[in-house]
Design a protein around this ligand. Structure first.
Ligand code: ARG
Length: 272
């Protein structure tokens, strides 16, 4: 039931993005970006897939421990994987930090070469980008006030105000569930702030970031019951098989060499 609604939501949102985004690897029309740049300009600076000295990772650095700011620097699990990709490609890594819901359009406008943003593979996104092999398994979790007894599972979200990050799978799930009032935020930490202020009743977000957001805070908690299992993968423009192959090789090599476990340990504690 919920799943079919979720699918419907995915299809609807996909239709919206498709009308703006580009599908192929050909030169895009100059589409204005929020910064007032055009895709064409960005393409000049970062010859995606070409012989430029940089390779550009697009992300939304509001998703600890996958990507977040440590002072001026953007760090995290995904950044470590991106560094390995850059090394393999013989290029220097550059990171574009932008709103999560603009990443796919940005990729197709050649503002970046790939997206590494804890991005879950969905059927709809697969129509707009090519995904690497998955590199991480995740699920959606619910954060509530520590003393809340009215919300125990996803079903209890009906009739509640639920905060999500715009354009995420959490957003798609909640927006596609009848009877739930969804409140969309640019960044998940803002949703959590409103939960603490009593402006929303719950926040739906991926498991690891959920853990980080409640860490050290005794007025909020993550519910035990997860829902929807998802897989994170890296996205490239459709048809960019050369880069996709490089990325898949890197993921495989990281796993084989034990480097993946090392990075895992660095951001999640002991390897599974
Ligand atoms: N996994 C979710 C999705 O793909 C959320 C990802 C949010 N990532 C971020 N960097 N803010 O929709």
């Amino acid at each position: 039931m919920k799943n079919s609604k979720l699918k419907k939501a995915l299809v609807l949102i996909g239709a919206g993005i498709l009308s703006v985004g580009m599908l192929g690897g050909c030169a895009p029309k100059a589409t204005p970006t929020p910064e007032g740049n055009t895709g064409a300009q960005a393409a000049e600076e970062t010859p995606a897939g070409g012989a430029g000295e940089f390779i550009v990772m697009g992300t939304n650095a509001e998703f600890e421990p996958f990507e977040y700011r440590d002072g001026a620097e953007i760090v995290g699990f995904d950044v470590e994987i991106a560094k390995a990709i850059a090394e393999k490609a013989g290029k220097e890594l550059k990171i574009e930090d932008m709103a999560f819901d603009t990443l796919i359009v940005g990729l197709n406008n050649k503002q970046m070469d790939f997206i590494a943003a804890g991005m879950s593979v969905t059927e709809d996104r697969k129509t707009q980008v090519d995904f690497s092999n998955p590199y991480f398994t995740s699920k959606q979790m619910i954060i509530v006030k520590a003393d809340d007894t009215s919300i125990q599972t996803a079903d209890d979200l009906v009739g509640k105000k639920v905060g999500v990050q715009l354009g995420t799978t959490g957003d798609l799930f909640v927006s596609g569930t009848e009877g739930v009032e969804v409140v969309q935020f640019d960044k998940a930490p803002l949703a959590v702030m409103d939960l603490k202020n009593g402006k929303v009743d719950a926040v739906v977000i991926d498991a690891e970031p959920a853990k980080r957001l409640v860490e050290g805070q005794n007025d909020i908690k993550v519910l035990d019951a997860p829902f929807t299992e998802e897989e994170y993968a890296i996205a490239v423009r459709k048809g960019d098989t050369e880069l996709l192959n490089t990325i898949n090789t890197v993921i495989e090599e990281l796993k084989q060499s034990g480097k993946y476990d090392e990075i895992y340990g660095k951001f999640f504690g002991a390897a599974e």
